[in-house]
Design a protein around this ligand. Structure first.
Ligand SMILES: NC(=O)c1ccc[n+]([C@@H]2O[C@H](COP(=O)([O-])OP(=O)(O)OC[C@H]3O[C@@H](n4cnc5c(N)ncnc54)[C@H](O)[C@@H]3O)[C@@H](O)[C@H]2O)c1
Length: 252
């Protein structure tokens, strides 16, 4: 596989290592200093581009790849309200794209468990309130994390007591792991607490609490390698395919 890396930061560098380990060629690396080189001419001959940049740049980068006819895998978070536009463009141009808010297999298992647990609590009519907490490193630009939003959508889609989510980010200096609901959150709003600490790669907790007990689903990423490996496996999956894909397709 001949790959392009768009965004040569923490993820881009890890992806480059894994591409090499798995016998793939990194033929093009794009970052801010050569961003103008992301065009059809430079993408010619590339099988798949892997994009991990910023919420401000992901849309244009993916669009450029699709318009050049290059398959693209992206994991950039914090911009996905515009994702449907690109999915539509991809289908119209008979292109190929893969997007996931989290490329870790364990997190995607958590997504399934989270939906199932919310549906079980709904069926039982149990008196639990639910909240989500995410902890990431202090350089993370968006809050809440894309993973926390996916978890919140999984709860809201299955538990009628929650209609929308609201973010509560007390600030990156906060050391406490327990986030209280903000006073202005309505009962039907699911609170997502965001904490920023040190170099934490990503910890997500979905907590159901009653007066008598606390039930938590928690996933902790130990290193970035699992995320980069997932993105490279997604690129291998996308090679030679047409269409719009996500982790559910890969896990099938
Ligand atoms: N989906 C997942 O599994 C997953 C995992 C980790 C990170 N992320 C997300 O991926 C993104 C990148 O994460 P990171 O930790 O590598 O961040 P980072 O800040 O370390 O790297 C981002 C890189 O993108 C570069 N960049 C900025 N604008 C660019 C442009 N126009 N063209 C090319 N490169 C450009 C920056 O210079 C930087 O090198 C973030 O949105 C993060 O939340 C997603």
């Amino acid at each position: 596989m001949k790959a392009a890396i768009i965004g040569y930061g923490k993820m881009g560098r890890e992806i480059e290592r894994i591409l090499a380990e798995r016998g793939h060629e990194t033929a093009l690396i794009i970052d801010t200093d050569n961003a103008a080189e992301l065009d059809a001419a430079h993408l010619a001959g590339i099988d798949v581009a892997i994009e991990f940049t910023t919420p401000q740049t992901a849309y244009d980068n993916i669009r450029t790849c699709l318009e050049a006819g290059t398959a693209v895998v992206s994991g950039t978070t914090g911009w996905t309200e515009r994702l449907p536009e690109l999915e539509e463009l991809c289908r119209r141009r008979d292109g190929a794209m893969f997007y996931a808010s989290n490329y870790c297999l364990g997190v995607n298992l958590l997504f399934r468990l989270n939906r199932e647990l919310a549906a079980m609590i709904e069926r039982l009519g149990a008196a639990y309130d639910v909240r989500i907490e995410e902890i990431h490193h202090t350089q993370k630009k968006d809050a809440p994390s894309g993973t926390a939003i996916t978890l919140a959508e999984g709860v809201i889609g299955n538990l009628s007591a929650k209609k929308s989510w609201v973010n509560h980010a007390p600030g990156i200096e906060c050391a406490a792991h327990r986030i209280d609901s903000p006073a202005d959150a309505a009962p039907d709003q699911l609170v997502i607490g965001s904490l920023r600490e040190g170099s934490v790669p990503g910890t997500h907790t979905v907590a159901y609490e009653s007066e008598d007990d606390l039930l938590e689903l928690r996933h902790t990423i130990k290193n970035r390698r699992t995320l980069a490996l997932g993105a490279v496996v997604a690129a291998e999956f996308l090679c030679g395919r047409k269409g719009v894909y996500g982790m559910e397709d890969l896990m099938k």
